[in-house]
Unconditional design. Structure first.
Length: 258
């Protein structure tokens, strides 16, 4: 029988794309959601990683878990729930966890939670792979769009390496079929660009012209970003650029799933 792959966070920004990718590749896909759903070619199961409700049932018979669900306030607790449930299965699955590049270098609360969750999985004894990725296009867009409401657009003197969720979905589909590696090589977007250049691209895509003002910000957090702690040097794995992503937002037919 082909392997059965469970995707947690099956309705999320990343998880929904991963489910679509796997289904289109003919994989046996089970998708976890907090509420009952159907359709899309996947077998949907209801479960809650916070309470543990339905998680044993969701894992039953699964060979691989792509853990795409994320929960800022409960990241570690939900990982523990998943690990404990996986231990109780007759054949512990390969757990692939999606983390963030820089969780061990950038002093941010969410990053600390992701790093702690990595450590829970790494010490669990389960076959596992940890895949860190750079920031999603959508996150960079939201951050810069907020500053873009001002007459002059202030942006930090940082660089970003945004990645598209569809590119990451391709990597996760590959990992689902591969042997556990522990820590996989970081996965980065196709370009490393200054925040000012990204802001200008966002303004151009929306038909606006404003002055973009790079600024320096104090503190350990901002210093870590300025030093590139969130970047993946040498790992320009993605294909879809930020400008392509923006073009698609304006015209959904501009870029097709690849």
């Amino acid at each position: 029988m082909p392997e059965r792959i469970l995707v947690t966070g099956g309705t999320g920004q990343l998880g929904s794309v991963v489910v679509e990718r796997l289904v289109s590749a003919g994989e046996r896909v089970r998708a976890l959601s907090r509420r009952r759903r159907s359709g899309g070619g996947a077998e949907w199961v209801a479960g809650d990683l916070r309470s543990g409700r339905g998680i044993n049932t969701a894992l039953a018979g699964c060979d691989v878990v792509l853990h795409c669900a994320t929960d800022y306030r409960h990241e570690v607790a939900t990982m523990r729930t998943l690990v404990e449930a996986a231990r109780w299965t007759g054949n512990p699955p390969h757990v692939v966890y999606v983390s963030i590049v820089g969780v061990d270098r950038v002093p941010l609360g969410y990053y600390a939670a992701k790093l702690a969750a990595e450590e829970v999985l790494a010490s669990s004894g389960l076959p596992h792979t940890i895949q860190r990725a750079t920031q999603f296009h959508s996150l960079v867009r939201v951050v810069l769009a907020g500053a873009g409401r001002l007459p002059v657009v202030p942006v930090p003197r940082w660089r970003f390496q945004p990645v598209d969720v569809r590119d990451l979905a391709v990597r996760l589909a590959e990992l689902a079929k591969a042997e556990p590696t522990g820590r996989a090589p970081d996965f980065g977007g196709p370009e490393v660009l200054a925040a000012a250049d990204l802001a200008k691209a966002l303004l151009a895509a929306s038909g606006r012209t404003k002055r973009v003002l790079p600024v320096r910000l104090p503190g350990a957090l901002f210093r870590a970003y300025a030093e590139g702690g969130h970047l993946a040097p040498g790992h320009t794995d993605g294909v879809i650029t930020f400008r392509q992503y923006l073009a698609e937002q304006a015209n959904p037919a501009a870029l097709r799933y690849h």
